[in-house]
Design a protein. Structure first.
Length: 146
């Protein structure tokens, strides 16, 4: 598995997902079939990414810090719900006429990812050993996208 920190690994995944969404937007008007394919990959990847966080990272962080009902993971979970709603709306309309939802999704993801990359992931990195990190990566392999 990876030798990267949690911050590096998850930030790289954010960048990969951003690239897929950018491809979707770039292709929407010229190649609808490939645009839908890119959006499908983006949506599945983002859903899996959020599942990794909600099923593995957040519970581990909460166990180590005692912050279960309040704190950064609760905010992230609420934002994940907003993200899921926007993904569902874009998917339901196959990206046709969804520019307002796309703009809102980009704004939400931008703020969300920044909080994770600058606050939450570094806090997790400070609290996990290399061995625990390897265990996280192994557990991630068992999580399928919802």
């Amino acid at each position: 598995m990876s030798d990267k920190t949690i911050t590096q690994y998850y930030s790289d995944d954010h960048d990969r997902l951003d690239g897929l969404f950018g491809q979707f937007q770039a292709l929407k008007k010229s190649d609808a079939a490939n645009a839908r394919k890119c959006f499908g990959q983006f949506k599945a990847g983002l859903e899996r990414h959020m599942a990794w966080e909600e099923e593995i990272l957040f519970p581990d962080f909460e166990a180590k810090t005692g912050m279960r009902d309040a704190g950064p993971t609760q905010v992230m979970r609420m934002e994940h719900q907003q993200i899921r709603q926007l993904l569902g709306s874009i998917a339901a309309h196959q990206g046709v006429g969804t520019e307002p939802e796309e703009t809102q999704l980009l704004e939400t993801l931008g703020s969300h990812n920044q909080k994770e990359e600058q606050i939450l992931y570094p806090a997790i990195d400070q609290r996990v050993s290399a061995e625990e990190r390897r265990g996280i990566y192994l557990r991630m392999e068992t999580v399928a996208a919802p």
